[in-house]
Design a protein around this ligand. Sequence first.
Ligand code: PGA
Length: 252
Amino acid sequence: MRGRLVAGNWKSNGDLAANEALLGHIRAAAADLQGAACAVCVPYPYLFQARQVLAHSTVAWGGQDVSQFGAGAYTGAVTAVMLREFDCRYVIVGHSERRSVFGERNEVVAAKFGAASQAGLTPILCVGETLQERETGKMEEVVGAQLDAVIAAKGAAAMGSAVVAYEPVWAIGTGKTATPEQAQAAHAFIRARIAAHHAVIASKLVILYGGSVKAANAGQLFAMPDIDGGLIGGAALVAEEFMAICRAAERR
Ligand code: PGA
């Protein structure tokens, strides 16, 4: 049976005092979770704090982006090895905000995925279509190309140590969640795309849904057969809400 995971994506939010309270709450509440793992992806400057508060707990932590390069003259870039030094387990790669605001193309995302894997991090590879792409029937084409770029560069076997997050761009931060059926269809498509290369890896691949997940809709989404948890933005900043989403992913 596949694992369940709920990961928070804090984006560019937080401050030391608020983080202390949020991380402390998550640490305590996560101890009771059964059959669901929980993680937080925090801004780089707060990784030290996340490690301090979450060490020896059931909660994992990670970054929200990583350099596609190793150490060297790359001003502003943070390497995968640096993230490992802070005991990160996860790193988000290819989030739609990185793709649209920072212009990251599929090839760059694939390189970041490779850098993360090579350093022993678990990449959370984000894929998803815009509203216009969905309305013009291009969801599979777009998501397929996003997956294929990583498979072409790193091989399907690399998916064996990764997590995929399906995040329709039109659902992120909009309050407009994909219906469980829409999300399930996309997740089944993603699993089939990987299965065409490697059936066993596809069957074990954890595929998260992201985009306006809240405590009120998480249960319905996580009940779908190919949805293995969530990547949570806004709701991950509210301790009670985030933990309610984690509990909705439990398998007892
Ligand atoms: P949201 O963000 O939950 O605020 O929609 C999800 C994400 O961008 O990962």
